[in-house]
Every structure is written in structure tokens, then in C-alpha cells.
Design a protein around this ligand. Sequence first.
Ligand SMILES: NC(=[NH2+])NCCC[C@H](N)C(=O)O
Length: 409
Amino acid sequence: MSIQVIPPVSPPARVDSEVGPLRSVLLHRPGNELKRLTPRNNDQLLFDGIPWVDRAQDEHDAFAALLRSRGVEVLLVADLLTDTLADPRARAAGIHAAVEERRLGLELADALRSHLTGLPAATLVEVLMSGMTFEELPASEGASLVRRMRHPHDFAVTPLPNLLFTRDSSIWVGDRVAITSLTMPARRRETSITDLIYAYHPRFASAGRAYGAHSAPVEGGDVLLLAPGVLAIGVGERTTPAGAESFARSVFADGLAHTVLAVPIEQRRASMHLDTVCTMVDVDAVVMYPAIQDTLSAYPLRPTGEGGLAVAGPAPFLTAAAEAMGIERLRAIDTGLDPVTAEREQWDDGNNTLALAPGVVVAYERNVETNTRLEENGIEVLRISGYELGSGRGGPRCMSCPLSRDQIA
Ligand SMILES: NC(=[NH2+])NCCC[C@H](N)C(=O)O
């Protein structure tokens, strides 16, 4: 008698909330792109330090292992991108996005394109993620003025160290994926990679798109799916008011939401995204940076019958959110910290938790006080170390893009 092996079925891509049991997630294991960081370029590349890459990889592997041990399927960007580049259209598009003719000049851009076209998929993936210096270009390519005048260590293809933060470059809302529009020049090309994966990887062949080819800036770290049909969008250093407005229009037009709360956040690095100051830890609870708890506000946006947008508020965030979610109260778990500890732990992404299920979150272990208060409030905290990962200013939520969550019962 033969035993039939039934292959594991991938859960369908669909995300309706921040806390529904997590089934599948997109991560990026940091690689050689982090080795491009130097004290001269780290500010521009949005890192606050120079990570020890091997250790960052170990920490990331432990994060992925924790998720797997909890039954979450972990997909990695590099693997998906390698499969994706088997399609010649994907290769051409990836190369097109990586070669900046304006910076390289016609001569060198042509030479670089033909060089990249000839590379095997695995090497091309490496170049698309880690970039390429002028020195690394084969000597035969492009005897251009640009090449002669640039420093050998300058980048012919810029590296993408922030790929690690998969949260920001695509977002699932319901059964559709939105490719975001990233604000900072150092990150813009990341969306060409997510775009290719969702367009050409067989796994996502049937995925519908949200937010079309809009260009007003919206980053995934600013978008919280508070409840099915209710989104909060932070507006600050990254997502602009125009971005929040056009994202709202688009999710309304697609019937993916009935309310979007536009939430002003301070325009500074410490609070670059809404998820740096507030993340959901349960169906009716958030962990929030205490300093903003009383002042955070929201402009509720709703569709009008004729395809327009009604803008209300501003109203206190917690009240507006609870009303839109149809619950009596959205609890902001009081981490009860003194202002200095709160500020230190917020900086280290203490408020940036990833929910694996209602009341179960992944958090950086270093934020001892915040984690203790979460536990005192009945939240299960799964700790990971992030001493090296954290130098990019991102925690467990930033480093993960949920592809599939179960509905909340
Ligand atoms: N969702 C987030 N909070 N992402 C953090 C992104 C950090 C990254 N270095 C940046 O500045 O863009």
C-alpha cells in the first residue's frame, strides 16, 4: 500500500487585522548589503550605527526560528526574488530599476545593463540587494568619464540595507497587496523588488493589487489594520497627508475599508512611522509610547456615496479608533514608565511589537521595563535579541510583512 504524502498547503494571502493568528510572513535575512555601511554613508542609508553583520544574521535567524516554532511559515525575500528572476520580464524590470542613467551617464548605464543581463540569477539577486561599486564593475565595461572620475568605492548600483524592514515596502489589506511609495531616496528602489515578487512569483499569481501605481508617499510602518475595515495611517516624516488621502481613497474604492484614521505623528527620526510609537497587542489593546498617549489624535476619513472623502475630527486617537472599530474602548496598555526610561525604550523599538495572535507578541528583550508592564497586563511577550538588528532603528514589526493571518474569531 502506498502512502500518499500531502504537500503542506500555503495559506492564502490575506490580512485583515494586526493581531489575527499569523500564518505566513515575509522577512529579509540581512546579508552583504549591511556590509556596505560605513561611518561616511550610514546616515544617508538610514542606519544609526555599523552593524556586526554575522551577529545580525544570527539574531535574525533566531527571530525566524521563533516564528517557525509558533507555526508561522517564513518566506525570505532573497529566495522569492531568485525564483522571480527566472522570468525574463522580471529580470529586465529589476535591471531597469537598478541602473540609474541620470547618475551613471548613458555610456556606463548601457554597459552596466548589458553586464547585469548576463549574470546568473543568484548573482543578479545579490547585486540588486547589495549593490555594486565602480571597482566591482568588470574592467572591460564602460570606459566612461563617469567611471574614470568616480571613486572606486562609490556605488554604481546603490545597496539596500533597509530591505531588512519588509514592513515598509508592501502591505496586505484583505486579499490585496499594496506596493508602497517610499519617501527616503535610500529606500525607493526597495519597492521595485516587492513589485517584481508580487507580479511574477507563481505563489502570488492571483494576488490583486491595492493602491495601484499611485506615487504619494505611504510607508507600511505607518499603516495599522486596527480591525477588519478600519485602518490607521500615521502622517509624519514618511507618509504625507496626500499619501494618506490617496491610500484611503484607494481602499474605499476597492471596498477594503470603511474608515481610515489619519494620525499626525511628530516629524522626527525617533517616530519615523506610526508603528514606532504604537502597535496592537490584542484585539482591543495597543502598546503606546506614554509621552503621546494623551495627545495622539486622528482625522477619521470615510467614503461619501459619490466617490468623495468625508474628513472629520481631529478627535482623540483612542476614542476615534474605538468608535470606528465598534468596541467600547481601545486600551492603551499603561507601560507606566518614567519619561526617561520610556524615551530610551521607545528609541529601541519597545513599542514596535509583532503580534502572533491576540495577546501574544514578539518584542526586543532589551526593553525590559516595557515588556514587564506588558506581561503585567496579561500579554505574552516572546523576546528576541536585537543588538545588531536594532542599529537600523526597527523592531519585530518593522522586520516583518504578514502575508496571511487568520480571521479573528
Ligand atoms: N516600520 C518601521 N518602523 N520601519 C523602520 C525602518 C527603519 C529604517 N532604517 C528607515 O529609516 O527607514
